[in-house]
Design a protein around this ligand. Sequence first.
Ligand code: GDP
Ligand code: IMO
Ligand code: MG
Length: 432
Amino acid sequence: MPLKILVGTQWGDEGKGRIVDLLSAQSDIVARYNGGDNAGHTVTVTEHTFKLHLIPSGIIHPHTLGILGNGLVINPKSLIAEIEMLRESGVKVSPERLKISFGAHLITPGHISIDRAREATLGKGLIGTTGRGIGPAYTDKVSRKGLRMVDMLDLPLFEEKMRLHVQKINYDLSIYYQTAPLPEDKIVHEYLEYARQLREYIVDTGAMLDIALHEDKLVLAEGAQGMLLDVDHGSYPFVTSSNVTATGVFSGLGIGICAVDNVIGATKAFQSRVGAGPFPTELDGEMATRLRGTGAQPWDEFGTTTGRPRRVGWLDGVLLRYARRINGLTDLVLTKMDVLSGLPEIKVCTAYQDKNGESYAIPPMGISSLDQFQPVYESLMGWTEDITQVRDWDDLPENARAYIRFVEYTSGVRVMMASVGPERSQVVEVPA
Ligand code: GDP
Ligand code: IMO
Ligand code: MG
């Protein structure tokens, strides 16, 4: 049963959207299994750039079916806006092409208010969330008081549940955060209207996927965020609230463990992070500006969802090895190689050292304590050539090829492809 999984191996924004777009050419179904509209996946096809937050990036190929699995938290307002945005760009989105799991949870303005109010109280412990209500929606899910897509199918009952939900949020906002209440009637009516608009999209997507896999349809699972933001395996507490890792695919799509063709890791050629939390290879000053860009180019390192400047640093090979282990990675796609062009020297972190000088190939107690370590670097020679027009491995500068081989060596995973620009065609296949 041909399932492929694409997962971010860093702190998100590795270029998953553009890789999913490439892999979608050979996929029948593309399914999101985690997160919500905290994600921002960019796909550039010729002059057109799409920024997707909820709908699988595969939707741009007209032959694919998109699925939003039960593992998601969905803001219906964002989803409807995204459907409209795609339609205006000429991409057909209809209940025939997009299916939403009945078990996915809803994000409401209440979750968004709690997310923002909670962040405002955290001071130094601020997580730097996207403010999209992700944490509070997952909190309601595991507290067994969440609202699900299936609730939208029974309008009188949905109205009742929505009212209770807003009343509870208003109580919490006033008691814990001394914040003004949300307008109950307005929100309830909005959500009833969303229910009317979305009801035809809501099905049992797990059952559909099971049939599709048995019919040997090609299914691609599109991860959101990066595995270092996974609630179990990431740099807790500076993480998101879902299982980003490849194992999250099965619970997040409602399919049993089945034969997985590949687990492909999306890896940026350097490291980035948006939001707070430890980052051993972080750079500042001129070198950071060089890697981040100034915002003049669309691919410069500013958040796709929030516009925040991303923190940047050298590639962390220790964390890449960790990503291999947790996800069972079989392949990597290395993105943004072109951004490294022109650097005389490129560093890769290959080990950590603690304050006593002791060396670690992997942190002893997971990656929550990353701030206790200094990176140990290996230096590689850069290249001066512009590589954005290169399409063949043999045409890449020798030092660019050596960099890719070094990433394979240090991660223990083969690189199947490298990208040299954001556009669909700007990729180079990497021979084994
Ligand atoms: P995602 O969240 O993993 O899908 O990544 P984002 O879309 O948030 O951020 C990746 C950014 O890098 C987007 O602006 C992409 O268009 C851009 N991008 C992807 N691959 C490349 C590449 O090889 N070179 C350059 N210059 N930009 C790239
Ligand atoms: P894509 O799919 C980068 C980060 C936030 C914050 C932390 C928790 O585009 O790679 P949340 O709103 O999820 O509660 O925020 O997670 N974060 C992301 N960072 N890319 C993302 O998605 C992210 N989604 C969440 O910045 O640090
Ligand atoms: Mg992104």
